[in-house]
Ligand binder design. Structure first.
Ligand code: MG
Length: 366
């Protein structure tokens, strides 16, 4: 499908913080994506928890496989809608770069430790990673990504933080939207985690087929599978149900969003930014999706087995924070360049960058 007028256009990018010569073979969004894939923060996603702590089992999602699934879904939606697939892919691959070890439990614990020092938020941290913390290039710190990629990475942000962010923070003050590609990644993230958590939850034994049948969306898709196949095992059945759920969600979001585009007819990304959100589920699907989220929260994220991992993670992060804030000299030299002015942030950056395994090992010797 060809690019529509509302798609982001790399040849009209707002630009990079440090001007660079154009690549002769790649557009600016492709170049952003390639920089993310080559970054050290991206490689570390492989050893960071999505829901299950990394060492719980080798077949569960990690932050890396989650990010790849988000990018696959986002590219599909972007192509169907005539948006820029490369930008959607870039934002998807970068959206979780700022996550701490141990998933949300890790972020909550680090935020608690940082409460007197400006807090910690994984979304803002993802931007810090691409703007400052990656040190690979001779001419600048960070990855020097385009405005459009950075705008997409910063999904939400407090007004106070927005003022400190400059250009990419402005939309939170003006209450504007990001590009359609960024909006697509937000829904792709939800579609990916809800569905892969059903899959991981089932395979871990925390969720049973019967309990999943309580959810309307799952039930609807399971009925279709039961009608089509009479002699398949539960593993195959779950997979057939999950792929149908993903399909229905994507189809719904494309249909609803194209309807919104028909109403508003934006002729440029700038117009998209001034309009209400365009990429969205239908009201009926939103309700079903909400039901699935609640089900997962109740049956999986708050399951005693996951809650125990959460508690352990909290303790490890607190231990690491208390130690490093009192022993700054223990943080390797290469992490400290220019950052001793704000010791708490330096400690948060160091801990947030750790993989699960590294954090467990580091905490175990303290
Ligand atoms: Mg995510």
């Amino acid at each position: 499908m060809t690019l529509r007028p509302y798609a982001a256009d790399p040849s009209k990018t707002i630009g990079r913080q440090y001007p660079e010569e154009k690549s002769s073979t790649r557009n600016d969004f492709q170049r952003d994506r390639d920089r993310i894939i080559h970054s050290s923060a991206f490689r570390r996603l492989e050893y960071k928890t999505q829901v299950f702590v990394n060492h719980e089992g080798d077949m569960f999602r990690t932050r890396l496989t989650h990010s790849i699934e988000v990018s696959q879904i986002a590219r599909g939606i972007a192509r169907t809608m005539g948006c820029h697939e490369d930008l959607a892919e870039t934002i998807a691959l970068a959206h979780d770069l700022g996550h701490t070890p141990f998933g949300h439990a890790g972020q909550d614990a680090l935020n608690h430790c940082m409460k007197d020092y400006g807090g910690f938020e994984h979304n803002l941290q993802s931007l810090r990673v691409v703007d400052h913390l990656e040190r690979r290039y001779a001419s600048f710190d960070g990855l020097n990504l385009t405005f459009e990629s950075r705008e997409g990475i910063i999904k939400h942000c407090s007004l106070k933080n927005a003022k400190a962010l400059g250009g990419v923070g402005e939309r939170f003050i003006k209450k504007q939207q990001p590009s359609l590609e960024a909006q697509i990644v937000n829904v792709a993230d939800e579609i990916a985690y809800n569905n892969h958590d059903v899959d991981d939850g089932f395979r871990s034994g925390l969720l049973s087929f019967e309990s999943l049948m309580e959810n309307r969306l799952f039930h609807r898709c399971a009925d279709l599978v039961n009608k089509a196949y009479t002699n398949i095992n539960e593993d195959q059945k779950i997979n057939e149900v999950v792929r149908r759920m993903i399909h229905l969600l994507i189809e719904d979001v494309c249909y609803e969003s194209l309807k919104n585009l028909e109403i508003y007819q934006p002729q440029s990304v700038d117009e998209v930014r001034r309009l209400p959100p365009i990429i969205d589920f239908s009201a009926a699907m939103k309700e079903e999706q909400q039901g699935l989220k609640q089900f997962l929260r109740h049956s999986m994220y708050e399951h005693p087995h996951v809650a125990k991992m959460t508690k352990d993670a909290e303790m490890a992060i607190k231990k690491l924070f208390n130690y490093y804030i009192a022993n700054l000299e223990s943080i390797p030299e290469k992490f400290c360049i220019n950052r001793l002015a704000d010791p708490a942030r330096l400690v948060a950056d160091y801990i947030a960058g750790m993989t699960d395994r590294f954090a467990i090992q580091a905490a175990s010797v303290l």
